[in-house]
Ligand binder design. Structure first.
Ligand SMILES: *Cc1c(COP(=O)(O)O)cnc(C)c1O
Length: 396
């Protein structure tokens, strides 16, 4: 069982949709699938006007697409520190010959909006083209507040665009692209969207589009202008990743069927169960939440710190090989200091309880000190939440 924050389990409906022959590129069914993916993405982002571009790539490719389309050679962006993913994006942006202004990462905390605003105010010449925000940093398990970030930006009067990395949050928590507004949102197929890795995408609003048109940076594969075409061969700059798109279409169908409100409520409920368990484990004083502010704890992934001396790789190996659940380790500065439970995409109460129970067994085997009340608290949380939503007796 996969309870990692990505890639995530793929529902049977998505697997079956992918299990077919590739098609002739002129087959109208392929155009229908691409159109369904485009409208599914716009619907999920609550955007009427955004142009959407899908790539045969992953999240890093979507990062690169944004840099190449928006930022002139030598131009600058602001990347507020969120942890491993903001830093990786910053390093990649610099490798592409752009300048990055960083605000410090505050370990355990969401984006510091005051520091973000100050960095924009300090940019008197308005050289910063865009603010690249990692919505949910998958390494820290922390989600930053996009509305607070947008208002902080607006209050400075700085014209920088807001670019949101929603790789780990899309399909898990609401993102209102037009209402915010976010000028670009990027994502990938393999996390909340429950599809195997291999498709990255961006949604681009009119302001970002204008910036892309002004930007003289040489580019081809990533170029939004070349991809704005009714021909699927041009949309993908070559052959579309057809079978992944069949899967993605099915995933958007599952999301529509469940309904956004239920989708987000399920993510909150499962995250609540994991958080209840971690609070129980923390009673023994050893394990704990990396995220300090409970309100910033992500509905997608929980990052759990361990005391020095705990061998996380060994814990993961025992959990996977003897108890059947794959969890993730710490990333970047949290390597060896934390492990992570993914609860995004195709998870349900049974997979979450199975994961928590298996993990308790693995921790016992490994001699890790943890409060024994974790699993029971998770059960209580799920039972109480179910009663509160009135879905218990009524549905059975
Ligand atoms: C996973 C992830 C990425 C990178 O995606 P890849 O598909 O592994 O390249 C980027 N940003 C966030 C927030 C992620 O969770």
């Amino acid at each position: 069982m996969l309870q990692s924050p990505g890639p995530t389990p793929v529902p049977d409906e998505v697997l079956h949709a992918m299990a077919r022959q590739p098609m002739d590129m002129g087959d109208p069914r392929l155009d229908d699938t691409i159109a369904a993916c485009e409208s599914g993405l716009r619907r999920l982002l609550h955007s009427d006007g955004a142009e959407v571009f899908f790539y045969a790539t992953n999240g890093h490719g979507a990062w690169e697409a944004v840099v190449e389309n928006l930022v002139p050679p030598g131009g600058a962006v602001l990347i507020p520190g969120t942890g491993h993913f903001s830093e990786s994006w910053a390093v990649q942006t610099e490798a592409l010959g752009r300048r990055v202004v960083r605000t410090p990462w505050l370990p355990g905390w969401a984006i510091d909006t005051a520091a973000l605003a100050q960095a924009l105010r300090d940019d008197a010449g308005q050289q910063i083209v865009a603010v690249f925000v990692v919505h949910t940093d998958t390494s820290s398990g922390i989600t930053s507040d996009l509305r607070a970030i947008r208002s902080a930006m607006t209050a400075t009067g700085h014209p920088a665009l807001l670019v949101v990395d929603a790789v780990a949050s899309l399909g898990c928590t609401p993102i209102d692209m037009d209402a915010l507004p976010a000028n670009v949102v990027l994502g990938a197929s393999q996390k909340g969207l429950m599809t195997p890795p291999g498709v990255g995408f961006v949604a681009v609003d009119a302001l970002a589009w204008q910036q892309a048109e002004r930007n003289p940076a040489p580019r081809f594969y990533w170029d939004w202008r070349l991809r704005r075409s009714p021909l699927n061969y041009r949309k993908f700059c070559g052959t579309p990743p057809q079978n992944l798109l069949f899967g993605l279409e099915a995933a958007f169908g599952l999301i529509a069927l469940e309904g956004e409100a239920a989708l987000y409520a399920r993510h909150r409920r499962l995250a609540g169960a994991v958080q209840a368990a971690v609070a129980g484990w923390a009673e023994a004083g050893a394990l704990g939440f990396f995220a300090r502010d409970p309100a910033s704890r992500s509905v997608s992934v929980t990052t759990i710190t361990v005391p020095e001396g705990v061998d996380i790789d060994a814990l993961r190996a025992v959990a996977r090989d003897r108890f059947g659940v794959a969890i993730a380790g710490g990333l970047g500065p949290l390597t060896g200091k934390a492990f992570r439970i993914g609860h995004l995409g195709d998870s349900n109460p049974a997979t979450i309880l199975g994961c928590l129970g298996a993990l308790e067994a693995a921790m016992l085997v490994q001699g890790i000190a943890f409060g024994r009340d974790g699993l029971r608290r998770a059960v209580d949380h799920l039972a109480a939440d179910d009663a509160a939503e009135g879905s218990g007796a009524a549905k059975s």
